[in-house]
Design a protein around this ligand. Structure first.
Ligand SMILES: C[S@@+](CC[C@H](N)C(=O)[O-])C[C@H]1O[C@@H](n2cnc3c(N)ncnc32)[C@H](O)[C@@H]1O
Length: 281
């Protein structure tokens, strides 16, 4: 059954996830609205929102002149947006098809970017140089089993004084039953020591079907996320929670400015996203 806890080693889970993400690339290239990027002023919605959240923590309020490493960059829509916002960008992902699509997008738009194929948990060894900003957003750490190893990569990629940014689905949201007729918990909020197993031949956008349907994800409570970043040596400088999501988590969600949200009467009950900004001293 979807979301069941299973015992699986990281390498097997990671391989299944990688095959699934490879299959999603052509579907997402069709469905992500890549033509909109032909307008040189266009930024992805995710990056537009994230820039608002991070600007007061950036030197001179913008990414201009900063070296930025984008972890789990997928097909590069957010990465090219970050480049348009002024950063020199390096995108990291474990999907060769995603990086090919990202490279084609950047080349078509005349944007300089470096792409690195690696597991994010090995990012420090694979990526050259160090960075003023390490960025990751929307659809990230549920794909990773070991947040201590993840946080160690981030700290090692950052220059002293550099900043880490993450916004993602809130772990309290991920504990909810996406098919229930009201807000009802179904999955673990806390880590269980197991992966959750999913079988789904669709993806969150587009109509195409996926050949590799099996994926594995790991629940990470806020205490685990923040704990991993603090233990790795980062200093928390900003924390926030949001009521809207850039994708429709449940059919009951309604379209609102900035994405999707629970119907009005439920909107204040639980957060949909969290945002963490942390600094390496
Ligand atoms: C939801 S997407 C990234 C989100 C981005 N906001 C977007 O929509 O373009 C998740 C990405 O994580 C990548 N990914 C998943 N597990 C990974 C891992 N262990 N190492 C590196 N990349 C990984 C996938 O290949 C995919 O491109």
């Amino acid at each position: 059954m979807n979301g069941n806890n299973v015992d699986i080693d990281w390498e097997s889970a990671r391989l299944a996830n990688q095959e699934n993400w490879e299959d999603r690339v052509p579907v997402h290239e069709e469905a992500y609205g890549l033509d909109a990027f032909d307008d040189p002023a266009h930024l992805s919605d995710v990056v537009r929102d994230d820039l608002d959240a991070m600007k007061s923590f950036l030197p001179s309020g913008s990414l201009f002149g900063l070296d930025l490493c984008h972890l789990q960059c997928h097909i590069g829509t957010d990465t090219v947006s970050l480049a348009r916002a002024g950063a020199t960008v390096t995108g990291v992902d474990f999907s060769p098809s995603a990086l090919r699509a990202a490279d084609q997008l950047a080349a078509r738009l005349g944007i300089d970017a470096t792409w690195v194929e690696t597991d994010v948990l090995d990012a420090r060894a694979a990526v050259d140089g160090d960075f003023d900003v390490v960025y990751t957003s929307i659809g990230t750490i549920t794909w990773l089993s070991d947040l201590n190893r993840w946080a160690a990569q981030i700290v090692a990629l950052l220059r002293p004084g550099g900043m880490f940014f993450i916004r993602d689905g809130h772990p309290a949201l991920y504990a909810l039953d996406e098919n229930a007729v009201e807000l009802t918990t179904r999955y673990s909020y806390f880590a269980t020591g197991h992966a959750q197993q999913w079988d789904d031949d669709s993806t969150y956008v587009g109509e195409g079907r996926l050949a590799h349907t099996r994926t594995y994800e790991w629940p990470h409570p806020l205490s685990e996320i923040l704990g991993a970043l603090l233990r790795a040596g980062l200093r928390l400088i900003h924390f926030d929670e949001g009521r809207t999501l850039p994708w429709r988590f449940s059919d009951r969600m309604v379209e609102v400015p900035g994405g999707y949200a629970w119907p009005d009467a439920e909107r204040d009950k639980l957060p949909c996203t969290y945002t963490i900004i942390a600094r390496r001293d």
